[in-house]
Design a protein around this ligand. Sequence first.
Ligand code: ADP
Ligand code: MG
Length: 342
Amino acid sequence: MSLHLENVSFTYPGAQHGIEAVTLAVEPGELLAVMGRSGSGKSTILRLTAGLLNGYEGRISINGKDVAGVPVWRREVGMVFQQYALFPHLSVVDNVAYGLRMRGMSAAKRRTRALDMLERVGLTEHAGRRTTLLSGGQQQRVALARALAFEPKVLLLDEPLAALDAGIRQQLRDEIRSLQRACGATTLLVTHDQDEALSLADRVAVVDGGRVLQVDTPERLYTQPVSTQVARFVGHSSVMPGRVVGTGAVDVSFAMLFADTRAFRPGDKVDVLVRPEHVQPDPPEAAINRLGGRRTEVRYFGATCRYDFVPDSAQQPLLCEGRQLAEHAIAIAPEHLRVLAA
Ligand code: ADP
Ligand code: MG
């Protein structure tokens, strides 16, 4: 089942906030993550897709069929939220079976199906317990089992791991991925956590201020961000404001850097970006884009180090990463500089 949002705009009544002209295409079986900071419109996208919010412009369709006016329970979307939203008065197995009852399945079949789902999330032995007796991670597994029990066309996950401790989060992240693969559910996952988005998703939509900035594979988002804004959301990078001075050269105030400027004309204001791992420590004298300077802060991360290097005459340090630390100079190969419109 595919899920399409085409030019969807929505404003909360009486507020200026919402989303604007959001276009997203989730292919059958794909897991697309919507990533952005708090307040960027992620949950709004999800609520509109689920049918929990109405009165939008544009088109939302599941498998090519416009879902405008289709009520929540007819959309066949499974939902999991940050707060588990389980029924405290029902047992674990009854929570999972709940959605099936609404869909008219017999009691015996509901139980069989719910137990099967619990086995998949490793909670068989907890079937008869109250959900309030479970840990956060276990409760979220119940929520997942409940969401997937009726084989939804679309699975919607709103920050499903945000309330969990780091260790459990990592584990459940992997479980969500394998469960989603096994079920083949077309999935929209909302998160503010870039590690989560990049490691879980087939593709990631970066959103800010209610707009989609870029939709791409995790790798392309990292290597080919379309804007400085996207680059700041995905991994670390140093940004050097500058001006294109000729073909293949940018003046970044403290130096002249050689880079691919084919998309620009002389005089254009640009940002030159470099990822920390692409900064070469203590290069030969003749290296291209060699910058003398001094190392300042060093942070150790086991296998690697991150450190700051301030080029001569520069105001801001460049973030560098590697096992070898630069002493007096760095260099950045032109192909590792990304020039973007300022
Ligand atoms: P996110 O999930 O990315 O944190 P939301 O989609 O919840 O963001 O919210 C997007 C914007 O809409 C925010 O500015 C938020 O304050 C605003 N907003 C969210 N819910 C409501 C509401 N019920 N009424 C008015 N404004 C809202
Ligand atoms: Mg939210």
